[in-house]
Write a protein that binds this ligand. Structure first.
Ligand code: XIL
Length: 382
């Protein structure tokens, strides 16, 4: 090219030389643009196509779960393994479902659910070994009527955890060992039957029993919050409890954050992405895993919105993005599969404000904006 330039210069054909230089510059510039991917800002290089949530979750090493009720049910059949790679029994593994009366176990429903999850190749989160609600109808009477109520309760607790965690050992991946240790609204430990007789150490004891019954299972403490911020007093109190457990050597592997956004009680706030992330981090900094275990977002949060489902999608995106930003946040479970069936429409006081449409699939089982928002977050596109 130098030779050509010299020749042109010699011939004093300045105009042709200028044209030539311009053409060369254009070709070089175009080449740079093509090589650098059209001014690409790396997002264009990612494939943002959402196949199904379960597939995307598998690709990205994440648990996307749903609470399920009936393994024979239409919803379960159509969604589990397709949209979700993890399941939680909505009620079947609760103490009162397994044993309507103390010691009288019927595992049929829970077994069917475990078999169903195994067939679909999805993970099982066990929910829940010890909780103040949904207990055997006669648990309290049985304890109060005993000569030594404390000893009786301790024996019943051990029998229950051994029976259930032992039975599903190797099948249940993670157990919510204790659910809702905090009182309903305040910052104290809930004054339930276990606490009254065994003190806070009922939590320690439950975790130790669960570890002994199923050494492989990951053991979680599950709780709900109205404000998802590390400085919120309820979060602070719960965090202090978790620290105490760790200091006492309790075998706890993780913390479950329920993530119900009811939008009707006037006590809960929608999460801010950064505060939510900081809150999750405050637990992983203790060496624990975290999961959002029961998420739903009522459309009642957005009564005046032009597009409530776009707003709802943003809340889901914020929670998933917060979780993704924290390496030991390993999954999110929605409390139900589709808007066809949600506990919020069934349970007082929430049912007074039905329909909530709080989930990722609509009443026709079609993906909602929230579904795509979550998918985009998992793919790194949002
Ligand atoms: C709910 C179920 O979804 C309902 O079907 C049942 O009537 C009551 O319990 N926090 C929990 C879950 O930890 O176990 C609850 O599940 C919802 C709130």
């Amino acid at each position: 090219m130098a030779e050509l330039l010299r020749k042109l210069w010699k011939e004093k054909d300045g105009r042709r030389m200028a044209e030539y230089i311009v053409i060369v510059l254009i070709i070089a510039f175009a080449g740079i643009i093509i090589v650098s991917g059209c001014g690409d800002d790396s997002k264009d290089a990612i494939d943002c196509t959402c196949s199904t949530l379960a597939e995307v979750a598998e690709q990205t090493g994440f648990w996307i779960g749903a609470a399920i009720a009936d393994p024979e049910g239409d919803l379960e059949q159509k969604t589990i393994g397709v949209h979700f790679n993890s399941v939680t029994a909505e009620n079947a593994m609760k103490w009162g479902s397994l044993a309507p009366s103390v010691g009288q176990y019927d595992f049929q429903e829970a077994d069917a659910l475990v078999d169903f999850a195994d067939e679909r190749g999805v993970r099982i989160r066990g929910h829940v070994l010890v909780w103040r609600n949904q207990q055997p109808a006669d648990l309290e009477a049985e304890v109060l009527g005993a000569d030594d109520p404390e000893a009786r309760l301790r024996a019943i607790l051990a029998e229950h955890i051994e029976a259930v965690a032992g039975r599903y050992s190797g099948q249940v991946d993670t157990w919510d060992v204790v659910n809702e240790p905090m009182e309903q609204y305040g910052i104290q430990i809930d004054n339930n039957l276990f606490y009254q007789y065994l003190g806070e150490e009922y939590i320690d004891e439950s975790f130790s029993l669960a570890r002994a019954a199923d050494p492989q299972a990951r053991l979680f403490l599950n709780e709900y919050f109205y404000v998802h911020n590390p400085t919120d007093e309820r979060v602070v109190a719960f965090h202090a409890l978790v620290k105490r457990l760790l200091e006492r050597g309790v075998p706890i592997d993780g913390v479950g954050i329920q993530g119900h956004f009811w939008g009707i009680l006037g006590v809960d706030e929608l999460p801010a992405r950064t505060a939510f992330e900081e809150m999750l981090r405050s637990f992983t900094e203790l060496g624990l895993e975290v999961e959002i275990t029961e998420m739903d977002v009522s459309r009642n949060y957005f009564p005046h919105a032009e597009d409530p489902f776009a707003e709802q999608a943003q809340v889901y995106a914020d929670v998933f993005a917060a979780c993704r930003a924290v390496p030991d946040c390993i999954g999110v479970t929605t409390w139900g599969m589709s808007d066809i069936n949600t506990w919020l429409d069934r349970n007082e006081p929430f049912s007074n404000y039905a329909p909530h449409h709080p989930l990722l699939l609509d009443t026709n089982l079609q993906p909602k904006p929230a579904y795509y928002a979550v998918c985009e977050v998992l793919l790194g596109c949002r």
